[in-house]
Design a protein around this ligand. Structure first.
Ligand code: SIN
Length: 510
């Protein structure tokens, strides 16, 4: 099947790019699972933009740079905060309904933001509302076709090394197909499922990054994985997120002994950057031997909690926690990949005809630690930019792909892999543990399979990603942002650089 442009992923970045691309040709948008199953759907807290009274793009820039711990690309951040308010206005014109106080947009607060600047929708279903509006807009365009259940397994390369399409596997029928196009945009989202504990949906297995790696694309900053501090720690809750917006409205963290502890760790207490809060929680759990800490909302008015956080309130209630009366057991979980396929500010990667936007991409916006609620904004702003840039391929002939290499699958269990990543590539790391992950994964036997299914391809992606994270984290002999090593606990000026890894090469820094 051939289209002009292929967008892999139907979350915010992919849909926003497709809307731009539709102006220049036929666009096929493929979703790995059902069309609505993406990380965007689960984003609760909101989308940050300097639209409030007393706020300014310069302040949003300052907060983003501070959270990024010396590693943000300033031009990328300026692009994000400058184009953000325009992107949101456009979204409102396309039908997105953000919560309001009277006629004004209601603005929440989250960690490391110096101002109230978080727009939200239906209280705590912001990603779902943005994806709904983009989906409706994209589906209304004659040039856009949306297809579900097509998981990318490999990039198809032409003889000249340019990207000619993708191979996909249908997760329901296990059938395989090749989709060809003049250009491919990866918008496949994150890789949180590399870890035993994650806020990400099951589809977040890093397939886009792994496929780009196998095709020879440059990847950057993979060692930086953000751990969200507060996931509901109840059996069967499946990594359900308790949004940072709860702390933004005044919820406190308490240890096993009931004591409020964040005031001992950071001047911003519960609103410190996420890496600081996650590490503090781990320290408290280790200190007391408890499996979780507590998130306490009882100082907030019950009606306010139910109205402002309806989805969170109802979900907690289903799991036996009434947030208006009981503190919720919480612990950190893998949440967001700051690194990914290295791109310029227009989504161009190191491979001709391959573009990337959203969580799969690394344009340098987030540095070593993403500021809360900047991810939906990144998807919107850089999705649109990548879509516009990719129109440069409008007149180019599609190149025929060379036959792809036979896939090889690792022989280890998903549980084993996730436990290994959690133990050694998690919130607190060490050189020894990271080297152990590399050794273990390099020694894993790889075998072909006559009837590969989606789960096997996902395990292959997770295996590749775990190794890449460990490899990059081992090379970064310092601690910075979300990457903390007990054997080198300080930041070092010689590492105030992005990491870069490419198949067949050692990790370098630039
Ligand atoms: C949250 O609601 O806490 C998540 C928002 C984000 O990751 O930016």
């Amino acid at each position: 099947m051939t289209s002009d442009f292929l967008v892999v992923g139907a979350g915010v970045a992919g849909l926003r790019a497709a809307i731009e691309l539709a102006k220049a040709g036929r666009v096929l948008v493929v979703a790995k699972d059902s069309l609505r199953e993406s990380s965007s759907e689960y984003a609760q807290g909101g989308i940050a933009a300097a639209v409030g009274e007393g706020d300014a793009v310069a302040l949003h820039e300052q907060d983003t740079l501070a959270a990024g711990d010396g590693l943000c690309d300033t031009e990328a951040v300026q692009t994000l905060v400058r184009e953000g308010p325009v992107a949101i206005q456009e979204l409102i014109e396309w039908g997105a309904e953000f919560d309001r106080e009277g006629a004004r947009l209601a603005l929440g607060r989250e960690g490391a933001h110096s101002r109230r600047r978080i727009l939200h929708a239906h209280g705590d279903s912001t990603g779902r509302e943005i994806a709904r509006a983009l989906h409706r807009k994209a589906a209304s365009l004659a040039n856009v076709e949306l297809r579900s259940f097509a998981a990318v397994t490999d990039l198809l390369l032409a003889e000249d090394g340019s990207v000619a399409g993708v191979a996909v596997c249908d997760g329901s029928t296990h059938s395989h197909a090749q989709l060809r196009a003049r250009g491919v945009l990866l918008a496949t989202g994150g890789m949180g499922r590399v870890y035993a504990h994650s806020t990400n949906p099951e589809v977040a297995t890093g397939d886009g990054v792994a496929a780009a790696w196998r095709a020879g694309a440059a990847l950057s900053d993979l060692e930086f994985v953000q751990f969200h501090p507060t996931v509901l720690a109840v059996e069967g809750a499946g990594g359900f997120l308790l949004s940072e917006a709860l702390r933004g409205e005044g919820a406190w963290l308490r240890g096993a002994d009931g004591e409020r502890f964040m005031t001992r760790y950071h001047e911003m207490a519960e609103l410190a950057p996420r890496d600081v809060v996650s590490r503090a929680i781990v320290t408290e759990m280790e200190r007391t031997g408890a499996e979780h800490v507590w998130l306490d909302l009882r100082r907030l008015e019950a009606d306010f909690v139910r109205r402002r956080f309806p989805r969170i309130y109802e979900t907690c209630l289903k799991h036996g926690v009434d947030l208006t009366k009981d503190p919720a057991p919480v612990r950190p979980a893998a949440h967001y990949a700051m690194g990914g396929v290295h791109t310029d500010l227009h989504g161009r990667t190191s491979l001709p005809r391959l573009y990337a936007a959203g969580e799969v991409a690394a344009a340098g916006v987030h540095g070593a630690n993403r500021l809360a609620s900047n991810s939906l904004l990144e998807g919107l702003v850089f999705g649109a930019r990548a879509g516009r840039a990719m129109r440069e391929l409008a007149g180019a002939p599609a190149a025929p792909p060379a036959p792809p290499a036979e896939p090889l699958f690792p022989e280890l269990s998903e549980e084993e892999l996730r436990a290994l990543s959690w133990r050694h590539c998690g919130i607190v790391r060490s050189g020894e543990g990271l080297a152990e992950v590399c050794r273990r994964l390099e020694a894993t036997p790889l075998r072909p399979n006559a009837k590969p299914n989606r789960a096997m391809f996902e395990l292959r992606s997770l295996h590749t990603l775990a190794w890449l994270i460990a490899r990059c984290a081992l090379a970064r002999r310092e601690s910075r942002g979300a990457h903390f090593r007990t054997d080198c606990p300080e930041s070092r000026p010689e590492f105030q650089k992005h990491s870069l890894i490419q198949k067949g090469h050692e990790v370098t820094f630039f």
